[in-house]
Ligand binder design. Structure first.
Ligand SMILES: [Zn+2]
Ligand SMILES: [Zn+2]
Length: 164
């Protein structure tokens, strides 16, 4: 089978076969890759971790630090929310019905795409609502101005604000 060449795709074949085999991971996801997953970053994702065969079970544990370039859901101002998080997965080469869990990573061809793992973990760790501050006043529904910066004075009495 021909393998795609990506610096983030690694073979885990020998790790799967040998109990107690380990591989340390230390890498940075590049800007283009982060952007291709829809999460451009102010500070690129840095991964430090370990792939380890623990008595026949392949575990991936790593620490990620990065600063995604987000924007406030209400006023669209840039929001910098540093991420420092640890992730852990069990890597399996075939799915069992009870394993459709984010903790399990499927690697059917014994290849692991670390960029995909990291960017998926990052996405899932993001809050569903991004706000520049908890009391962000958002954009005026009448004139569109940022109401954190200016008091436009529009009459918004009849407009129901629908902040999701
Ligand atoms: Zn805001
Ligand atoms: Zn206004």
């Amino acid at each position: 089978m021909q393998e795609l060449s990506s610096e983030y795709r690694i073979s885990i074949r020998s790790l799967l076969l040998r109990p107690d085999e380990k591989k340390t991971l230390s890498l940075e996801i590049d800007a283009e890759t982060a952007e291709s997953y829809g999460l451009p970053c102010v500070k690129l994702p840095r991964l430090e971790g370990l792939l380890e065969n623990r008595a026949g079970v392949l575990m991936l544990n790593y620490q990620m630090s990065c600063v995604p370039a987000l924007e406030c859901d209400r006023c669209l101002a840039p929001v910098e929310m540093p991420v420092e998080e640890e992730f852990s997965h069990v890597i399996v080469t075939e799915t069992a019905s009870e394993q459709n869990d984010a903790e399990y990573l499927l690697a059917p061809d014994a290849m692991l795409d670390l960029a995909e793992v990291a960017m998926t973990d990052l996405r899932l760790s993001m809050p569903t609502k991004i706000l520049c501050s908890p009391d962000c006043r958002g954009l005026c529904p009448v004139c569109g101005q940022n109401r954190n910066l200016t008091d436009c004075g529009c009459d918004t009495g009849d407009i129901t604000l629908s902040y999701q």
